[in-house]
Ligand binder design. Structure first.
Ligand SMILES: [Zn+2]
Length: 169
């Protein structure tokens, strides 16, 4: 599964192609289908100030260095875990972003009972998809018996530190 989109110099989505629509539907997000997003600002689709800063730092870095930057992130549903590689490069005055699925795994069997009783509503990191429960950041793949619901979107300290280190090189 691979999708890509091109941003113009003002971060407006100029074009999306690939498996974009299939992926959007897979995530139950018809608002993200290609015809609905083209012409809109990318920032309209990024949840939370943390993730906007995270992506903004990558975009700034790529535009300044004029060199591609690759990173990976998770995009999970309550039942499925998926890891994607994201490549950002300059392209005709704007940026080209390519997303390619590199791994997927099962969190739990698909059932009608989510979130259900006992679900824990806590912040989730938009990069690694770990949930902040108590003092720990928990990967839902490692704790399938616990049901987490994202109460808010953030970027965890580990993901922030990793990006900072990579951009400083
Ligand atoms: Zn994280």
């Amino acid at each position: 599964m691979q999708s890509f989109y091109r941003l113009d110099e003002r971060d407006r989505i100029a074009e999306c192609r690939g498996d974009w629509d299939r992926f959007a539907l897979d995530n139950g997000s018809s608002r993200s289908m290609a015809r609905a997003v083209q012409g809109r600002m990318i920032w309209d689709f990024v949840d939370g100030i943390d993730m906007s800063s995270y992506l903004g730092a990558i975009f700034f870095h790529v535009r300044r260095e004029v060199r591609p930057f690759e990173s990976s992130y998770r995009c999970d549903s309550p039942y499925r875990a998926r890891r994607f590689a994201m490549r950002v490069e300059t392209s005709s005055g704007g940026l080209l972003l390519t997303h390619r699925m590199t791994w997927h795994g099962i969190i739990r069997d698909v059932g009608p009972d989510l979130p259900g009783d006992g679900a824990l509503s806590v912040p989730r990191c938009s990069v690694c998809c770990r949930f902040h429960a108590g003092q720990a950041w928990i990967d839902p793949v490692a704790a399938p018996e616990r049901v987490f619901v994202p109460a808010s979107h953030c970027v965890c300290p580990a993901c922030k530190a990793e990006l900072r280190a990579r951009l400083a090189v």
